[in-house]
Design a binder for this molecule. Sequence first.
Ligand SMILES: [Zn+2]
Length: 268
Amino acid sequence: MQLSKRIYEDYLKKSRLSYYEHLLYYAKERGYMMTGVLGFYRMLQDHDFDFTKGKKVKVLINRHDIDTSPKVAYQMFQIEQMVYGKQGSTTYYFRNSTVDKKIIKEIEQYGYETGYHYEEIADYEKEHRIKNKELLFEHLPQIREKFLNDLESYRSLTETQSLSIASHGDFINTKYQMQNTLILEDESTRQKSGIEVEAYDESMTKYIEARFADQMLLEKFYGEVIRAMRQEISVIMILTHPRNWKVDIIANTKENLKRAIQGSKYRF
Ligand SMILES: [Zn+2]
């Protein structure tokens, strides 16, 4: 992203939260049920709807990756409570750096979902600086070990089960073309983790007909999602990040500084 655009996005833009609210009201009016990632996965497991029989179902899978600002995430949660209340659900994935125990507890108690937003490949590389894709690949056993330990710590810190998790994308993942989902491409690690579903699991994503991510679309996001609903697309997933909806100066500055420091320490 251009610097001027980044400055606008992180410090100057007006809140877009009213668009988020409109979007949810529109979904509800159009008859979309709103569910989290785990909720959708369980519906598939329970054969709650059978896509092959042409039964028209309308599902909005609502996923949030809390890369920054649990504060703005909480405001999105409040909007969801207002619009769908307990008739709906969403998923909030927290990184180690954005865990907010109080907010997580409140979301869980309300009956919505939370889970671990993991980034162990990037974390491991930043710590060990292997700087070589093949070598980094050979370190996967250690990375998997680290992931299992981190997941355990996340669960005990947040007092949640985190049965669903989602991979976070970092500049390291882009550089080496290695997504964190590689960690789970190992039967034993997956079993030990005790998770039910990873947000990128093909067994689930193959049922998603349209996916919209706010970091790609920014201000176009709202219009694109509305259009998909108008077309009555059956299963839609939206992925949002707090940073794209409302300015949180402290959280954005913290993240920008962290990124700058990591970037300067880590030379390719
Ligand atoms: Zn992320």
